[in-house]
Design a protein around this ligand. Structure first.
Ligand SMILES: Cc1cc2nc3c(=O)[nH]c(=O)nc-3n(C[C@H](O)[C@H](O)[C@H](O)COP(=O)(O)O)c2cc1C
Length: 249
């Protein structure tokens, strides 16, 4: 019996000697402590699930059971009208991984050489100070994506590129929460990924390689591998007061 349990039993006994009221008090304190611990864990998970690129361990195989467990968790996400019209394309075959990664790399080159006027330039903006690191990490991923044991492409049935905002929001809102839950579940199981979209420049070619039917939309591409080290930290974001409005914009 470890010291914490021994201490707990001794203190429980001491309190019980003082009457039934104390037993209730102790149960209450234990549930409060449990609730606090659970809350801290989920907060840590939610604030430290980063885009992992340079720290992906490409040499460690990923077990199918772990992958499927994380996808099972992802399937708890909401879908419009509870349709669940999702399909997760899992690419483990080395030749296909190479082909999809080549499409990604080709798109990344185009993206990296194009001007991006939307980028902020104010030196005090946290996005500016992080840019160099993000770029170096993204370049690394573009060169090495093929080495990830699995590439996962969350797909959803339907095409909405020619539809209005409601249809688009309902469509993407039915698959992207699951993709994010998948990322969180991976993190909780010691695996990492980075949300990527650039291969979608060549969505059709990817569909041909993987046999994805033309009525399904690919929504992102997640390279999956175990991560190395575990000191992920909350990122610097814009201050919350800068991004909220109460009652009027
Ligand atoms: C819609 C979307 C598209 C993204 N596309 C890419 C991508 O193609 N390649 C990449 O390396 N990262 C991509 N990212 C990851 C972002 O660069 C990353 O989320 C951002 O730099 C913040 O870093 P963090 O996720 O570690 O907090 C994308 C993220 C989102 C949400």
């Amino acid at each position: 019996m470890g010291p914490p349990i021994l201490f707990y039993l001794l203190s429980l006994n001491r309190s019980l000697e003082n009457g039934y009221g104390n037993y209730e008090e102790i149960s209450k304190r234990i549930s409060q402590r449990r609730a606090k611990a659970a809350n801290m864990d989920s907060q840590h998970l939610l604030t430290t699930t980063r885009s992992v690129r340079k720290r992906l361990d490409f040499d460690r195989p990923v077990e199918r059971e772990v992958l499927e467990k994380c996808l099972e968790i992802a399937l708890q996400a909401p879908t419009g009208s509870n349709l669940q019209s999702w399909r997760f394309m899992i690419v483990g075959d080395p030749e296909k991984r190479k082909q999809i990664s080549d499409l990604y790399r080709k798109a990344f080159k185009v993206y990296a050489s194009a001007p991006n006027p939307a980028q902020p330039s104010d030196a005090s903006d946290p996005r500016v100070s992080q840019r160099e690191k993000v770029v170096s990490s993204a370049v690394y991923l573009a060169e090495n994506m093929w080495r990830a044991p699995y590439l996962v492409i969350p797909c959803y049935e339907g095409r909405v590129e020619n539809q209005g905002v409601l249809a688009q929001a309902s469509f993407y809102g039915s698959i992207l929460p699951a993709a994010w839950s998948f990322m969180l579940a991976l993190r909780a199981h010691g695996l990492g990924t980075a949300w990527t979209t650039l291969h979608l420049m060549h969505e059709k070619e990817a569909a041909e390689i993987l046999g994805i039917p033309s009525n399904f939309t690919q929504t992102c591409l997640l390279p999956v591998a175990y991560y190395q080290g575990d000191d992920f930290k909350p990122a610097q974001r814009l201050p919350v007061q800068q991004v909220i409005s109460y009652d009027h914009w």
